[in-house]
Design a protein around this ligand. Structure first.
Ligand code: C5P
Length: 275
């Protein structure tokens, strides 16, 4: 039966402001999301029954896997079951703030739509994505977007793709709900919304993350790690999303062999294509 292999990119947040706490327990954000050239590789196969396999033993291979939930949601909207064999070659670290699970879910939605001769539009896939997780819809942007509300409402934003970054992650991860729970709005010292808008109008990209403080509160060793990365020569260092990975701009010499790292660059996708 037909099969399809697709790249599933990581995302970073170049700035992340938490605007307010919502009554549904989530937080309203204002954040610049960007896809980068660190990829999982997904193979999907129309099959006789659902099966998911991955190269990372930390990832559940049951219906709690967001990629499988994406397939089920797609089938529900399609109006009939679509049993699938999904294999995920995992390169994006988990609990890293790099959106790996969300990207896998978006990639399954895109891939299934291709396999079934595009029954849904990009906007419909985006809408499905927003029901799976706050970050999923973003992957239906062109790869760079100003995201609002839970992160699922966005407008495309233009950035030069050639920018190179290094991602660095300690051996431990952080759970997104724990980091959001530890966030204290009154302690935020990030720029106001008009200040951010003003910078963007001047073609400047703010570089901050409101979730660093709660992440460093939960894992004090992360503050020390950030300082160490800065001292190794990088021009600027910032935690991505809810951590525990760091985005490093410029060049640095990090000798610590315990750290996972990846060099990558900004990437984008065409209107109806994929990565
Ligand atoms: O939407 P998603 O399942 O990825 O979110 C994981 C958790 O992160 C949520 O359960 C919530 O605790 C937190 N979150 C939040 N506000 C957001 C996005 C995520 O509080 N905008």
């Amino acid at each position: 039966m037909a099969d399809l292999t697709l790249l599933s990119p990581a995302k970073i947040n170049l700035f992340l402001k938490i605007v307010s706490k919502r009554s549904d327990g989530y937080h309203n954000l204002y954040s610049l999301f960007k896809t980068v050239s660190l990829f999982d590789r997904l193979t999907i196969n129309l099959s006789k029954k659902d099966r998911i396999t991955t190269t990372n033993s930390e990832i559940p291979c049951d219906s709690s896997n967001l990629a499988l939930r994406a397939a089920h949601l797609f089938a529900k909207n399609y109006g009939k079951p679509i049993p699938l064999d999904i294999h995920i070659e995992k390169n994006i670290p988990v609990e890293a703030g790099l959106g790996g699970g969300s990207s896998n879910a978006a990639t399954v939605l895109f891939g299934l739509n291709e396999l079934l001769m595009r029954p849904f539009s990009n906007d419909q896939l985006k809408e499905m994505g927003s029901h799976l997780g706050s970050d999923v819809a973003f992957f239906f942007s062109k790869g760079c977007a100003l995201c609002k509300e839970k992160g699922d409402v966005f407008q495309d934003f233009d950035l030069v793709d050639s920018t190179e970054i290094t991602l660095v992650k300690p051996h431990y991860g952080l759970k997104t709900p724990d980091v959001y729970k530890a966030f204290q709005l009154q302690e935020s010292t990030s720029p106001s919304l008009p200040e951010i808008e003003n910078e963007l109008n001047l073609q400047k990209i703010p570089f901050f993350n409101d979730l660093e403080k709660p992440a460093f509160f939960l894992k004090p060793e992360m503050r020390i790690l950030k300082e160490k990365i800065e001292q190794s020569g990088f021009k600027a260092v910032l935690m991505s999303g809810s951590g525990s990975s760091f985005i490093c701009l410029g060049e640095g010499l990090l000798l610590d062999s315990d750290l996972w790292r990846a060099k990558c660059r900004f990437i984008s996708r065409s209107e109806n294509g994929w990565y």
